[in-house]
Design a binder for this molecule. Structure first.
Ligand code: NAP
Ligand code: MG
Length: 456
């Protein structure tokens, strides 16, 4: 089979520990045999960050901005214990924080669903994606523990020193506590743009909830800025794509999400997103099955798995033990980046390969080969075995070869109906429906974007 060409590179950010080991295995076993892989390589492992005084992280962020697409392996964010372990001269910042700041991006997280691992919310047929605003609110709040009777005030003084506002927060008669939060219009606007850009790229509606009835300035500002961005910059494109934007009170949205079929981008203020992303992860399956993509308002995409470097597996593996680490989220990160490259370059073969890569992983899991994180969640009757990493990657590779050589429409065909009863399988970044539910199939449109279509 001739290898798929990839004329334009993506930024590849390698990382640490078990995920670094998996990274190499996924590239060598599942990608390089089939694709002329073209990447700009940045080694973000902790030893190399130390060696370069973390300059490599900044260079990698610049490469993502330049190439528009990056794929990142999990990396260690050092604490004191890691400083000792790796002999670090300082506690280098979290690479994700550096990259997020450089791209001014928003993080979108969506679970990978398996039919064998039932979501707790049984009506979800497609993943719920959480878009969390990663700036301000509680996370940059100023707080004060009030010792006793006294007055707390909120004062604003302009640049020239003129007092523009003074309000009493509370007249305390005894001890208590106060808090002041802030946000910036610029940050809210870019959050809104990221949400609408991402939703368009995956063909999903955006739901946004806040509490503007109670918070008449703070949450109201979020609501108005979202609406303004939507009306002025995205409404036409949404209407053309048959998509919707919906604002409602956060409690109403939370209840509606639970009763929905999923397939929504749920835009959350910082604290809401913190809570809801863990809730959605737990309700959907397990944390290792969570994908993550950072989207910048100017359309840069960085794909990664949401989980960390899986340190305990790494220590066991280093001792020569066989381990069973879930590779799906890392495979999906590669697939996401390759698909996006294919879409931007009109490279249909690369887009199709990305679909087959995801499909091959899912097929093997759906056939009952589970990693240990999933066996812990399931009844032993729900899986057949727990292969170690080498065996699992071998199974996935064999399945991938079949999908690629049989000229499968990866989105439409998987395997016998006996193994898989009619069901909608969902992917975080696109939706695919298997053969014996042939009402739908995924098609490539002329602009190279993959789309789901209802067949006549
Ligand atoms: P973690 O690596 O996600 O692991 C937490 C636990 O989740 C593991 O011990 C393992 O459970 C399970 N797990 C996670 N991914 C798995 C997979 N692919 N397959 C099977 N099981 C999996 O988080 P952590 O232990 O809190 O952090 C470890 C390191 O990762 C830290 O140095 C942290 O800084 C870094 N980190 C990086 C990122 C990132 O780069 N995006 C994100 C989070 C953490 P069992 O122990 O039960 O097997
Ligand atoms: Mg949290």
């Amino acid at each position: 089979m001739e290898k798929i060409k990839m004329p334009v590179p993506i930024a590849e950010l390698d990382g640490d520990e078990m995920t670094h080991v998996l990274w190499g295995m996924i590239k060598d076993t599942l990608i390089k045999p089939f694709v002329d892989l073209n990447t700009e390589y940045y080694d973000l492992s902790l030893p190399h960050r130390e060696e370069t005084a973390d300059a490599v992280t900044a260079q990698a962020a610049e490469a993502i901005k330049r190439l528009k697409i990056g794929v990142k392996c999990a990396t260690i964010t050092p604490n004191l214990q890691r400083q000792e372990e790796y002999g670090l001269t300082q506690l280098w910042k979290s690479p994700n924080a550096t990259i997020r700041a450089a791209l001014d991006g928003t993080v979108f997280r969506a679970p990978i669903l398996l039919k064998r691992v039932k979501p707790v919310v049984t009506c979800w047929e497609k993943p719920v994606t959480i878009a969390r605003h990663a700036y301000g609110d509680l996370y940059k709040a100023v707080e004060y523990r009030v010792p006793g009777a006294g007055k707390a005030e909120l004062v604003f003084t302009d640049e020239s020193g003129r007092e523009l506002s003074r309000q009493t927060v509370f007249d305390f008669k005894g001890p208590g506590v106060v808090q002041a939060m802030h946000n910036r219009d610029a940050s809210i606007l870019s959050f809104a743009r990221c949400c609408f850009t991402y939703a368009l790229s995956v063909g999903q509606d955006v739901w946004f909830g806040a509490k503007d009835t109670i918070s008449k300035d703070y949450d109201q500002t979020f609501k108005l800025l979202f609406q303004k961005v939507y009306d002025e910059e995205y409404k036409a494109a949404f209407e053309q794509a048959g998509l919707h934007y919906r604002y409602a009170l956060i409690d109403d949205i939370a209840a509606k999400v639970l009763r929905s079929k999923g397939g929504i981008v749920w835009a959350c203020k910082n604290y809401d997103g913190d809570v809801m992303s863990d809730l959605v992860a737990a309700a959907s399956g397990s944390l290792p099955m969570m994908t993550s993509v950072l989207v910048s308002p100017d359309g840069c995409f960085e794909y990664e798995a949401a989980h960390g470097t899986v340190t305990d597996h790494f220590y066991r593996w280093r001792k020569g033990e066989k381990v069973s680490t879930n590779p799906l989220a890392t495979m999906f990160a590669w697939a996401g980046a390759l698909r996006k490259r294919g879409e931007l370059d009109g490279n249909a073969d690369l887009v199709r390969f990305a679909g087959c890569l995801e499909q091959a992983g899912l097929d093997i899991f759906e056939a009952g080969h589970f990693t240990e994180d999933l066996t812990m969640l399931c009844d032993p009757s729900e899986y057949t075995d727990k292969p170690d990493n080498d065996t699992l990657l071998g199974l996935i590779r064999a399945r991938l070869e079949t999908l690629l050589t049989e000229e499968h429409d990866c989105a439409a065909d998987m395997t016998s109906a006996a193994l898989f009863p009619p069901v909608i399988l969902t992917y975080p970044l696109h939706i695919c429906i298997i053969k014996h539910n042939q009402k739908y199939r995924e098609v490539l449109s002329q602009d190279g974007h993959s789309r789901q279509r209802l067949l006549p």
